[in-house]
Design a protein around this ligand. Structure first.
Ligand code: AGP
Length: 602
């Protein structure tokens, strides 16, 4: 994902920008660039690939004295990763960097092109700088030209603009994408998250949507739709680790809360009003494909299991799922009309990587769904779709699972489009449910508090059964895995209908059943299964939008009309339950015993 750094002051600007961008590297990017104005001198450098390439290009460049500077790491959304598409984007005498998507850029671009403006890149961002210079031609005041520019932008943006027309000022605006301003004596810093400025700035102001303004001579002027506004800076921690936790107690907690936002990034540029687009896949990618086989481990395997229901339902294509470590040694029968999909957060899981190599040797086309660009699995695959969850530090995977499940849902719909198995009406319903998902993932104080209180009743017992049907069965498996990993208590995920085929023998008051009871999917069936358990005195925690009398504990979810929206909302409940139980037991939430984030041995 894109990252922004800006600096106004007397210190060496190149180093501040490059070091700051380095801190944002984990977000993933495919090109980087910086632009500096010092007195009369304007310098700009861009490089594709890793930041080392940009460091190499700038190694004999040094800045001296007061100046303004902006830098960016780009994650391609519009246009391929090339130097021309890398930020900063240049007009005739101004530079801009931008995170987010300008939704009306095509309209703005057409308008500017009709007036003779020449565009060098394929990006939406370049429209900002040309629009600014066009406004500046008629209105000589730089700030009002900038203000008029951002008033025309629709969509999400965090942007910085510098111009030779006002070589001592950085202009900024934020709407929908994060940006903050850091302060230390007369130095002013900008960044898309606080890690690049920790150790440099001592105070910070986190911009709100709709805010914009400029920084000049160490002073920031801030505006919104109502006019100029005052703002209060807050102290910025010097501790990088606690800053990275953004005030949360654990990385896992932070990552649970982040899910709503990252889901927007996962969908960005891919979920359009009436279609799903994957720039990563060329039009012929699915040619000749008659079936799908997915291999993965752990949580990634659970997202694969969920997707099998979606591929078969939406794309009407056979989809088999295998645990990678089993697949490797079963002498599988593989045919080249099967698309081989691997799913991995880290992209380095040994079993998954080896399964992929085996499939490739058998001549299968491969696609990976991964969170880490340039990881071994991504490099080994014919094509890759990145989940864009951002770095996940908690060993117990949360936002990676959420974004994998979303990408797979999108992919099933995308294949359905291509194979003409989804009607326009279904496409519309699915897309509207997808767009509703970030809302379903918001963690309210009320929900978190309720799970905190309730967790004290679940610190003992002889085991947990998470049960669900259909896509809620893989979610039950995932809920049980989360609890196991960080509470060290025994938990199993089970298809609700299977309980009576054996496990119900375990039922008594010390058996905790976490029942996933969505109203959009087989509600009556699962209700009967839970009643059977309740009749045997099992303790029931029901998660459902429909009140359930037999529940010992009850978490009421919202009524939503789509099972996947219910799925994501219930996923958050199971994650928070595991977290709160683990905290009460005094366990190391982020680094549970015996586990590693990336399993690179078989
Ligand atoms: C999830 O909470 C795990 N820690 C683990 O199951 C993980 O999902 C598994 O090891 C696969 O990792 P990957 O997604 O990086 O391939």
């Amino acid at each position: 994902m894109c990252g922004i750094v800006g600096y106004l002051g007397k210190n060496e600007k190149k180093e501040i920008l490059l070091d700051g961008l380095q801190e944002l590297e984990y977000r993933g990017y495919d090109s980087a660039g910086i632009a500096v104005i010092e007195g009369e001198k304007l310098n700009q450098f861009k490089a594709i690939g890793k930041l080392e390439n940009l460091r190499e290009k700038t190694k004999s460049y040094h800045t001296e004295g007061f100046g303004i500077s902006i830098g960016h790491t780009r994650w391609a959304t519009h246009g391929k990763p090339t130097e021309l598409n890398a930020h900063p984007h240049l007009g005739a005498y101004s530079y801009v960097v931008h995170n987010g998507i300008i939704e009306n850029y095509q309209e703005l671009k057409a308008e500017l092109q009709a007036e003779g403006v020449n565009f060098l890149s394929q990006t939406d961002t370049e429209t900002i700088v040309h629009l600014f210079e066009k406004n500046h031609k008629t209105n000589k005041d730089v700030f009002s030209s900038f203000e008029a520019t951002i008033n025309r932008l629709e969509g999400a943006y965090a942007t910085l603009l510098i111009t030779e027309a006002d070589a001592e000022t950085i202009y900024f605006a934020k709407n929908g994408s994060p940006m903050l301003i850091g302060f230390h004596s007369d130095d002013v810093y900008f960044a898309s998250s606080d890690t690049p400025i920790i150790g440099k700035a001592t105070e910070v102001y986190y911009l709100e949507d709709g805010e914009y303004g400029y920084a000049r001579e160490g002073v920031v002027k801030l505006f919104n739709a109502e006019g100029e506004k005052s703002f209060t800076k807050q102290a910025l921690t010097a501790d990088k680790i606690s800053a990275q936790k953004d005030g949360y107690r654990f990385f896992m907690e932070k990552e649970i809360y982040e899910q709503s936002r990252v889901m927007g990034e996962t969908m960005m540029g891919r979920v359009l009003d009436d279609s799903i687009v994957f720039d990563e896949l060329d039009e012929t990618f699915f040619k000749g494909i008659k079936a799908i086989k997915i291999c993965a481990c752990g949580t990634s395997y659970h997202s694969a299991l969920t997707s099998a229901y979606l591929f078969e339902r939406l794309a009407k294509i056979r989809c088999d799922i295998e645990i990678a470590s089993e697949f490797r040694y079963k002498e599988p029968l593989l045919t080249d009309d099967t698309l081989f999909i691997t799913i991995s957060q880290s992209g380095e899981t040994a079993d998954t990587l080896e399964a992929l190599k085996m499939a490739k040797r058998a001549g299968l086309k491969s696609l990976s769904i991964c969170n880490v660009d340039n990881s071994s699995i991504v490099r080994e695959s014919d094509a890759a779709i990145l989940t864009r969850a951002g770095i996940e530090k908690g060993v117990a995977s949360t936002k990676a699972f959420a974004t994998q499940s979303m990408v797979l849902w999108m992919l099933a719909l995308y294949m359905g489009q291509q194979r003409n198995t989804v009607s326009k009406k279904v496409l519309k319903t699915e897309i509207s449910a997808m767009l509703h998902t970030p809302k379903a993932l918001i963690v309210t104080d009320e929900l978190h508090e309720k799970l905190h209180r309730l967790s004290k009743r679940y610190l003992h017992g002889h085991g947990f059964f998470f049960i669900g049907r259909d896509i809620f069965f893989p979610l039950a498996l995932e809920g049980a895995l989360k609890l196991k990993e960080i509470s060290y208590m025994h938990a199993e995920g089970y298809p609700a209908g299977e309980m009576k085929h054996g496990p119900i023998a375990l039922a008594d008051s010390e058996l905790f059943t976490i029942a996933l009871m969505p109203h959009t999917m087989h509600y009556d069936k699962i209700k009967s299964n839970v009643e059977e358990l309740s009749a045997r005195d099992a303790t029931i925690l029901a998660i459902s939008p429909l009140p359930f009398d037999l529940a010992d504990d009850f978490i009421q979810t919202k009524y939503s009309s789509h099972p996947m929206v219910e799925f994501f909302e219930m996923m958050v409940v199971t994650q928070l339950l595991a977290l709160e139980i683990s905290v009460r037991l005094g366990n190391d939430v982020d680094m549970p015993r015996n586990l590693a984030k990336s399993v690179t041995v078989e």
